[in-house]
Structure formats: C-alpha cells, structure tokens
Design a protein around this ligand. Structure first.
Ligand code: NAP
Length: 334
C-alpha cells in the first residue's frame, strides 16, 4: 500500500487505545518489549506523548504516539489515515479505552492504607458504594465503552484484513457477565448471538438509558451498581462474538484483566496494572489459528454466564422482575 514503511515488512503492528496510563500503558510496554511495533493512542496529546517518552526511557524504541479519542469520529478517521500511510496494515487492535460511567466521590482517600485488610469483595463493595450514577455519566459510559470500541473497530477492519491474521482484543470485565443482568429476556437475547443484530444492541442500550432516566433500572432487571459500565461491557461482549462470526479470518476475543489497581477502580483491586496487562497481552498473542469469539478471564477461557463466588453480596441477588413490575414500568424489554 502506498506510503507504507517497507523496511519493516515482518514487524507486527498493534494499536492500543487508552494507552497513556493504567492497563493500556502496560499493554503497550509488554507488546513493544516483545518486538511488536506499537501505536500508543490517547485522547490527550500531552498525556500520550509523555507515555511514549516514558516507554522509550524504559528501553523500547518501537512505539509511536497517535492521538485517538474513541468517541470522536474525526479523530478515528485521522488515526486510520495515519495507519494506512505509515504501515498499510494492522495486526493487533487492543480496545482498552474505557471510563467508569459514574461520578466518583470527591476527596476520597484512595491510598494503600484505605484498602489494607480488605478482601476482594470488600474492595468491590467499597468501590460501588463510593460512586454515584447519573444519566449523563451513564450515557458517556455507553458511548465510550460500547460505541467507542465499535466505531474504532469498524474503522480499522480493512487494515486488520490486510494482515495475515488480524486480532482484536476487547478489554472486557467480569462486570459484563450476563448473570449480572436479572432481566431474563435481555440476558437470553445477549447470549443468542445467532439472532442478535447491531440494531438490536442499539435498541437494548437505548432502552437501558430510558429505564435509567425513569429510575426503573432495578425493576426492569438491569444490573445495579456501575450499571452503565456493566451493560456497555455486556453489549461489547455480544458485539465481539458477532464480529468473530462475521470475520472468521480474524481472531476476535474479549479479555477480563482481573481486578486491577488503576484510576478506574480508584486504586482498589488485587492486581497491579502490569499483572492485568499480562492477561490482556496473553490473549493478543495467542498462537495463529487460536480461539475466536471467546471470553477470557485473567488469561483463561471462561464462561460469560458464571458469577464468581461472593458476588451476590456486592451486586445483590439476581432476581427477575415480577409480571406486575413489567406491566406497569417503562421497561419495554419483554
Ligand atoms: N482496573 C480494573 O480492575 C479493570 C477490570 C476489568 C476491566 N478493566 C478494563 O480495563 C481497561 C483499562 O482500564 P484501566 O483499569 O487501565 O483504567 P484507567 O487507568 O482509568 O485507564 C483508562 C484509559 O482509557 C482512556 N480513555 C477514556 N476515555 C477515552 C476516550 N474517549 N478516548 C480514548 N481514551 C479514553 C483513559 O484516558 P485518559 O487518561 O485521557 O482519561 C485511559 O488511558 C478498560 O477497558 C476497563 O474497563 C479494568
């Protein structure tokens, strides 16, 4: 392709979204250390450029920065132009960028001492208690975590198809597990990939936001506590599986990194960003011809339907809305 670098024909090229900090930064470091040319992207030019400088100071040279706000279509188009001109293909896309979709309480002590003596569930409980959910942040969560991932993916698909085996890793979460959605109809639809469509996913997300505005989340069987994050990740998991089916030559998988101490978790968590990134990179570097359309939790293939033990305390019982609730509330997913 015109403008492609010809001196490195055998180098694999990876794009990582949200690469300036947290797990994304560590993914860039680990991929680059393994000899892959990494395009570290970040929505903020300064933060992104500083992250690349940090990586270069750590000893890798095969990292370049490009601006990317996953919610901005012109920013996505500019990145695609850059990739076409500079490399002419893309081998690995790591859709890592995300937000919590919540408002974080100000002036919280998020130092190590706060979490000393807390177990996994207590930390999760602390995190969910210390955020507030508002419709604006929920909308941003859905826009960034589902539509951002989808739009970046669609834009780079032709470049991934120019690779001998393009790979997409969508950084997912145990918060996207289907069992956290108590509305059985929604859960069934999200797991029935044969009959799912992108239009139906749009409808479900719109309904979720309408039910959010009507204060009807619990009654309509949507997940509670970081609800927009959970619903957007569940939609992203479904989209990934659809994509894997549509493009059998690609490897499209979701990876839950583990519960990691980063800004999104307010520094709670049990893993370091480096450990979390290892779980993502493992999926990105699965051998050729490996699994596609799968969900990996902490590096191992897992089921989207399991809820780890102890979770009921944090997320509440998985309950079905009653027939009366379904009849009188504005939850149309029946
Ligand atoms: N930490 C965990 O326990 C955990 C568990 C499960 C899944 N995950 C997933 O792991 C991934 C990385 O999260 P993290 O824990 O590393 O959180 P983080 O430290 O908060 O990093 C999030 C990254 O996403 C970027 N981002 C947010 N909105 C963006 C946008 N519109 N365009 C481009 N970049 C954007 C952020 O950029 P700014 O610096 O500009 O904000 C930042 O670089 C996410 O997909 C998250 O859902 C994390």
């Amino acid at each position: 392709m015109e403008g492609a670098i010809s001196s490195v024909p055998n180098t694999r090229i990876a794009v990582v979204t949200g690469g300036n900090k947290g797990i994304g930064f560590e993914v860039c470091w680990q991929l680059a250390s393994g000899g892959i040319t990494v395009v570290l992207t970040a929505r903020d030019e300064t933060r992104g450029a500083e992250a690349v400088e940090k990586l270069i100071a750590l000893g890798v040279t095969n990292v370049v920065f490009h601006q990317l706000d996953v919610t901005d279509t012109s920013s996505i188009a500019t990145l695609v132009d850059f990739l076409k001109t500079r490399f002419g293909k893309l081998d690995i896309l790591v859709n890592n960028a995300a937000i919590g979709g919540v408002e974080y309480l100000q002036e919280l002590d998020t130092s190590e001492e706060t979490f000393a003596g807390m177990d996994f569930d207590q930390m999760l409980e602390w995190m969910v208690k210390n955020v507030r959910e508002r419709i604006d942040s929920a909308k941003k969560g859905v826009q960034t975590n589902y539509y951002g991932t989808k739009h970046v993916t669609e834009a780079v698909l032709p470049l991934l198809q120019s690779s001998s085996e393009g790979r997409i890793v969508n950084v997912s979460s145990i918060f996207g597990l289907l069992r956290l959605i108590s509305n059985e109809k929604v859960r069934r639809e999200l797991s029935d990939i044969d009959n799912m469509t992108e239009e139906r996913l749009d409808e479900l997300l719109n309904r979720f936001l309408r039910d959010f505005e009507a204060d009807a989340l619990e009654a309509c069987g949507w997940p509670m506590g970081c609800s927009a994050y959970k619903v957007a990740k569940a939609a992203m998991n479904a989209y990934s599986r659809m994509l894997a089916r549509r493009h059998p030559a690609l490897r499209v998988n979701c990876a839950h990194p583990g519960y990691v101490k980063t800004d999104i978790t307010m520094n709670s968590g049990v893993l370091t960003p480096e450990e979390g990134a290892r779980n993502v990179v493992k999926v990105a570097l699965l051998p050729d011809g490996g699994p596609t359309g799968k969900y990996f939790a902490e590096g191992e293939e897992a089921s989207l339907c399991e809820v780890p033990a102890g979770w009921r305390r944090v997320h509440g019982p998985v309950r079905r809305p009653s027939a009366d609730e379904l009849a009188c509330l504005p939850c149309h997913v029946v």
